[in-house]
Design a protein around this ligand. Structure first.
Ligand SMILES: Nc1ncnc2c1ncn2[C@@H]1O[C@H](COP(=O)(O)OP(=O)(O)OP(=O)(O)O)[C@@H](O)[C@H]1O
Ligand SMILES: [Mg+2]
Length: 280
């Protein structure tokens, strides 16, 4: 009887079974098996060249497996932030234009996604002027604007400092909670994503170990590749903030007062919204 009850935890969106890719005479990655379910955050870790991006592309259907199988749920809506993205640096490209380059997006969905990632105030900024962390958040906004079931993020925290990376992983959890989507994320920093991850796949040309993060960090294969997990090394970075950064860029202080945080400090919400309605 239980099998007839629809349980979202058993809603497998993507499933790889002994999947592998060959190029020439070489296996780029082989024998990869894992499921990604709705509401789950799955992290792939592994050294450079270990087949993480290739595995992600198999999961998305961009690369076909030469062995094994990859199944995706029918009509699965996918959001993808690739590891590499080439943006033409000769032409100005405002954020709102980047958001709509490859998909038809209504204004309200765009604004919702930019607000969720905290990037709404950068709507008219030139993409070239964004910091690394801002660009990643804008790319994530672009990937989630159509409310995907399955979000694939290939090294979203690369180039970010520790605080930036932690805050980005917090954003990933927030997105998962808001959209109830599955997230497959590639990261080199398991210690940073640990608390947000349900399942870890440790790759090195094949799956070295997999399971819940607490089990993976204790695994001998993992420790051979990445060393021993030292949560105490992170504790020095813990500090208390006496203010909160709101999603529109303003800062709310402990006493409840709010500082605007926009290029024109006199700019009101009304004016920001007017700009938003005029951008295209
Ligand atoms: N299109 C391709 N054709 C041939 N070989 C490829 C192709 N793409 C990747 N490879 C090779 O496959 C192996 C795995 O590459 P992949 O990009 O999946 O690694 P990765 O784990 O994502 O590495 P990184 O951490 O550096 O991003 C590498 O040896 C790479 O040179
Ligand atoms: Mg890669």
């Amino acid at each position: 009887m239980n099998s007839l009850v629809k349980n979202e935890n058993h809603d497998v969106l993507v499933s790889l079974c002994d999947a592998g890719v060959v190029s020439g005479l070489r296996w780029l990655v082989r024998d990869v098996s894992f499921d990604v379910r709705r509401g789950e955050i799955v992290t792939i870790i592994g050294p450079n060249g270990s087949g993480k991006s290739t595995t992600a592309k198999m999961a998305l259907g961009i690369v076909k497996p030469n062995s094994g199988t990859v199944h995706r749920k029918k009509n699965l809506k996918i959001g993808y932030v690739p590891q590499k993205l080439s943006i033409d640096s000769t032409l100005p490209l405002p954020v709102h234009r980047l958001m709509t380059l490859t998909s038809q997006l209504d204004k309200s969905s765009m604004i919702t996604a930019l607000r969720l990632t905290g990037m709404f105030t950068l709507l008219n900024s030139d993409v070239k002027s964004l910091s690394g962390g801002e660009l990643q958040r804008v790319l994530i906004a672009r990937a989630i604007a159509l409310k995907p079931d399955f979000l694939m993020l290939d090294e979203p925290a690369r180039g970010l400092d520790l605080t930036g990376a932690l805050s980005l992983y917090q954003l990933v959890t927030k997105i998962r909670n808001e959209l109830n989507c599955a997230v497959l994320i590639i990261s080199h920093d398991l210690h940073l994503v640990m608390s947000a991850t349900d399942q870890v796949i440790c790759l090195n040309g094949h799956v070295c170990c997999q399971g819940p993060p607490t089990a993976v960090v204790e695994n001998e294969e993992y420790q051979k590749l990445f060393g021993t997990y030292r949560p105490d090394l992170l504790s020095v970075y813990e500090h208390e903030h006496d203010h909160v950064h709101l999603s529109d860029g303003r800062v709310k202080h402990k006493d409840g007062s709010i500082t605007p945080h926009f290029r024109d400090f006199s700019l009101s919400d009304r004016k920001i919204n007017k700009e938003a309605s005029e951008f295209c």
